[in-house]
Write a protein that binds this ligand. Structure first.
Ligand code: F0G
Length: 363
């Protein structure tokens, strides 16, 4: 499939998505993101022992589905092209969402493209700067609350029930349906499903979407075995793992700082039907994976995205030689430069003098 041949994922998967008229499509050419073989990470995580010679069928293959390369730099664009297209089809004039940042950036951009108003409700002080800058640049009305995502989502549900404003959180089923295309893309590239698919879990829409995509394709006989779904929540925001609502979720991965996920039950279903698991990763494990992906693969993702790789590292004993693992990197690292600068070694500040520069270079 060539990127130029299709304009966005509704066009690409037209027969599988419930859009009535191509004229209504609102697209920023999302989807078709790369699936990158991460050989350096495999070496780093599994060492060379489990690996036989290069490229042998016995090697573990780890792929990164880099969804940070969508138009607004997160996977949310997959669901948003659908949700905003359907909002236009239904004659809506405005959209609203609660967000930890990426949904608001995406909603704002697609609403701008469609000529709709956008309202976003976000937890004050807990949104990475890149995301907030996107929402304001695309003209969304940004309302910061002195509360968390879960409280923001409750407000949004209330408002969308009482005003003619379309909610574009993943409670809107069109979001889930759009996001399932990521699973189609993985299968289209690999020619099969992976053995395992790992991803971060916040509001639990994405794990729900992937499972929907894989099971739908599977039912059509496109491939034989379904993947096991591996979901990872940050330890301080792990309601599904703990089996109870977390009132004050906390994690450095602000994108998944959620204590009462909207798609909780569906995430459990994805886990159980696939024979997978949902587990926690600590902030330290997230940050270690975050740096490792950048240092070893040259890929910059945001902290929440690295929870998928952190989870694979934590669970490395479950994988066997020959297994294929896909980790979704849900958002781009530039979304959250503050965290990157915070964990990186200090830069050197010297005079424009050759001696000093060489010394700083360690030469
Ligand atoms: N990764 C990133 C970068 C995210 O922004 C999110 C969710 C997730 C993972 C988790 O996905 O919610 O489908 O389980 N961000 C939402 C937002 C909540 O408002 O942008 P999920």
């Amino acid at each position: 499939m060539s990127g130029a041949k299709y304009s966005g994922l509704i066009d690409r998967y037209w027969e599988r998505l419930p859009v009535k008229n191509r004229k209504h499509i609102v697209t920023l050419h999302e989807g078709n993101t790369p699936l990158i073989l991460a050989k350096n990470l495999v070496k780093e995580i599994f060492g060379t022992k489990k690996q036989s010679s290069e490229d042998s069928d016995n090697n573990i293959r780890l792929y990164l589905k880099y969804d940070g390369l969508n138009p607004t730099c997160s996977f949310k664009d997959r669901g948003m092209t659908m949700a905003v297209t359907k909002a236009v089809e239904e004659g809506s004039k405005a959209v609203i969402c609660a967000s930890t940042g990426n949904t608001s950036a995406s909603a704002a951009a697609y609403a701008a493209k469609a000529g709709l108003s956008a309202y976003v409700i976000i937890p004050e002080g807990k949104i990475a700067m890149g995301k907030l800058s996107q929402a304001v640049m695309h003209g969304a009305k940004v309302i910061e609350i002195k509360g968390n995502f879960d409280e923001a989502l409750a407000l949004v549900r209330d408002i969308s029930e009482n005003y003619p404003i379309t909610m574009v959180n993943s409670l809107n089923e069109h979001r889930i349906v759009g996001q399932k295309t990521a699973a189609f893309e993985v299968v289209d590239v690999l020619g099969d499903a992976p053995d395992y698919h790992a991803l971060p879990v916040g509001n639990a829409g994405n794990i729900t979407s992937y499972w929907m995509g894989y099971t739908e394709y599977h039912a059509e006989g496109v491939f034989e075995k379904l993947p096991k779904m591996l979901g990872f929540q940050a330890e301080g925001a792990a309601p599904i793992v703990k089996g109870e609502i977390v009132k004050n979720p906390e994690t450095i991965a602000t994108a998944i700082r959620i204590g009462n996920p909207a798609s909780w039950k569906r995430a459990e279903l994805a886990r159980d039907e696939s024979g997978g698991l949902i587990d926690t990763v600590t902030d330290d494990e997230i940050l270690e994976a975050y740096r490792m992906i950048a240092l070893k693969e040259g890929i910059f993702c945001e902290p929440a995205s690295a929870a998928s790789v952190a989870g694979v590292i934590k669970k490395k004993e479950i994988f066997k030689p020959g297994d294929t693992i896909v980790c979704t990197l849900t958002g781009h690292g530039l979304k959250d430069p503050d965290t990157a600068i915070g964990v990186a070694p200090e830069t050197h500040s010297v005079s424009p003098d050759i001696e000093q520069v060489l010394e700083a270079m360690g030469l």
